[in-house]
Design a protein around this ligand. Structure first.
Ligand SMILES: [Cu+2]
Length: 153
């Protein structure tokens, strides 16, 4: 069919262009929040930051309308004990990927303004150096929905 071939052609043409335009930017992919038990005052958020540019990008902070405040935490293991250290900024070097993931760096969402169950979408605003902002949506997931995790009952 003609329409089909045409749309295929458009797709083929658009794809390399969008990759090209991503060339000078920082992108955030797969942001999600772990559902917390009722009454919990903090939730953890995870995401992947991709720096497709030739410049260093610096994340200075994160905010969300659903929470009082958001902190960036790094997990450090010392004497077999894991502890979280608040970070004032996090760097994504040129061409590199920064992962916020369970057991590693994460966002700490503090004091939710309402109960946020799985399926809910949370708005996150990443504040970069030069006051540039990057918005993303993070889906709340149950522990059993964690990527790469099998759920057995
Ligand atoms: Cu933390």
């Amino acid at each position: 069919m003609k329409i089909f071939t045409l749309s295929m052609l458009i797709c083929i043409l658009i794809l390399p262009i969008s990759i090209l335009y991503a060339g000078d930017s920082l992108s955030v992919v797969d942001a999600w929040v772990l559902e917390a038990p009722p009454g919990m005052k903090v939730m953890a958020a995870y995401m992947t930051l991709k720096n497709n540019s030739d410049n260093v990008h610096e994340l200075k902070g994160v905010s969300s309308p659903e929470f009082e405040r958001v902190e960036m935490h790094r997990t450090i293991i010392e004497n077999e004990l894991a502890s979280m250290v608040k970070q004032d900024s996090m760097t994504v070097n040129a061409g590199e990927v920064l992962k916020f993931e369970p057991g590693g760096s994460h966002l700490m969402l503090i004091n939710p303004k309402k109960i946020l169950k799985s399926g809910y979408e949370i708005d996150l605003t990443l504040i970069l150096k030069n006051e540039k902002k990057l918005n993303t949506k993070a889906h709340v997931r149950k522990h059993s929905e964690m990527t790469g995790m099998e759920h057995h009952n």
